[in-house]
Design a protein around this ligand. Structure first.
Ligand code: NAG
Ligand code: NAG
Length: 429
């Protein structure tokens, strides 16, 4: 006990001295000039004139890897809005960002001098980098013309006055506590409509606006081909497809951001100045399980009652620490050669992957159709007027929904012992 207390005091002492050390030694500048550089060890940052944004080397808590990033100075956890090298972090020692003399390119190099990231500003007359009050990192020439800007290459966040155009996208982080590119994206589709879409290695699946409805029911239009979207200073998120979403604290003077999160939802966050914490003031998807693929291949998103991922019965997690990796079958045999059985999961469906869709079908006929096709991994059956049969080739985008009027029937080798997770009984007992 005494030992523990001592250890705790020691840690506390370390934390205090380190934070003093940090604030005493960190330097901030308004401009990084051509020929100059910033290193992790140098503890130097570029700040916006109003100090609302900071740019420099950033490490995730508990990590020795660094990213060249821009963050909100006054949010408690220094929320990052942009990273240059999201998929390739650099070492804490010897990495640097510089505006190189010869052509004015901004270059991020790792300890061994290898180029990790650079701007496409070759043969230009860049004189300095500055961070604007909007959170935009810009490269300027002597005359003050902007030659490159971070707003042109967004990562997962759009800031007020930053514009999402035709050839740009926001891409989520792969998991919480990481900057690595994930699978969820926000961009304009070929139909001029702003989409949320899961572009994973196995599949592409649009989940917003609601794929069960047509464009007009979703209050969008595909007539306007200008394809621009932005979050304004009032907290209104608007797009040329007629989307209009308002932050619940609509009004001027609040710091906000629009972020596509690792769970695939798109949210407007507003900063509470007194605490430095973020408040969600709008989100695109109200039922989290409606985000396609949020539980990976063969996973099912359920409400228990808060949203959580489980594997389809008869399947197990690929990586026990990570749902993104999805689930794999616990059996090896093909689903035709061996005797099979079907396990019913009520109010559950896998969006898409329909080998066949048959209206006016009986449950028994639907079962026969799946039984006779080795590609069929499950079938969904819903009663909506008459019976509707959907034969599934893959178990993607699995979700449980209180408003799904039917069940899915999982095809499994007869010898495989499975127990239905209790979530499917709670509705009946
Ligand atoms: C198309 O959208 C842009 C951006 O929202 C808007 O300025 C323009 O007026 C729209 N055009 C038409 C024909 O509605
Ligand atoms: C958002 O706010 C604007 C301006 O006050 C208003 O015209 C619009 O109807 C609001 N949109 C929604 C979806 O609430």
């Amino acid at each position: 006990m005494r030992n523990l207390t001592l250890k705790f005091l020691h840690l506390l002492f370390l934390a205090i001295t380190m934070s003093l050390f940090h604030s005493a030694n960190s330097k901030s500048m308004l401009r990084l000039k051509r020929g100059a550089s910033i290193s992790v060890e140098g503890n130097t940052f570029i700040t916006s004139p109003d100090d609302s944004f900071t740019c420099g080397f950033y490490a995730m808590p508990g990590s020795k890897a660094y990213w060249f990033a821009i963050w909100f100075t006054n949010s408690k956890d220094k929320t990052v809005v942009w990273t240059a090298n999201r998929d390739r972090p650099v070492n804490s020692q010897g990495s640097r960002i510089s505006i190189q003399g010869a052509d004015g390119t901004m270059v991020l190099t790792d300890v061994d001098g290898s180029i990790i990231w650079q701007t496409n500003t070759r043969k230009s007359d860049v004189s300095a980098a500055e961070l604007l009050n909007t959170g935009n990192l810009v490269l300027k020439n002597q005359r003050g013309d902007i030659l490159w800007q971070s707003f042109e290459v967004p990562t997962d966040t759009l800031l007020p006055s930053q514009i999402l155009t035709k050839d740009k996208r926001l891409t989520s982080s792969l998991r919480k506590g990481s900057f690595e590119s994930g699978y969820f994206n926000l961009y304009f589709g070929s139909d001029n409509v702003l989409w949320l879409i899961n572009d994973s290695p196995e599949t592409s699946s649009l989940y917003w606006p609601n794929p069960d409805f047509d464009i007009h029911t979703n209050k969008r239009t595909n007539y306007n081909s200008s394809r621009i979207a932005f979050l304004d200073d009032m907290g209104m998120f608007r797009s040329s497809d007629k989307l209009q979403a308002n932050a619940s604290d609509k009004g001027f003077g609040i710091k906000r951001r629009l972020t596509i999160d690792h769970d695939g939802n798109l949210r407007i966050y507003s900063l509470i100045i007194s605490t430095g914490l973020w408040m969600i003031t709008w989100q695109a998807i109200s039922q989290p399980c409606k985000v396609h693929g949020v539980c990976g291949t063969n996973g099912i998103c359920v409400y228990a009652p808060t949203p959580k991922c489980i594997c389809t019965p008869g399947y197990e997690m690929n990586d026990p620490s990570d749902w993104i990796a999805g689930c794999k079958p616990t059996f090896k045999e093909a689903l035709l050669s061996s005797p099979v059985k079907f396990l019913e999961l009520s109010q559950t469906d896998y969006f898409g992957s329909d080998l066949y869709y048959k209206p006016d079908f009986t449950l028994e006929a639907c079962r026969e159709l799946c039984l006779g096709d080795s590609r069929c991994k499950a079938f969904a059956y819903k009663t909506w007027g008459s019976g509707h049969c959907y034969v599934k080739s893959d178990l993607f985008n699995g979700y449980m929904s209180p408003d799904f009027p039917g069940s899915v029937y999982i095809k499994l080798p007869r010898r495989v012992q499975v127990s239905k997770p209790s979530i499917w009984f709670q509705h009946y007992v």
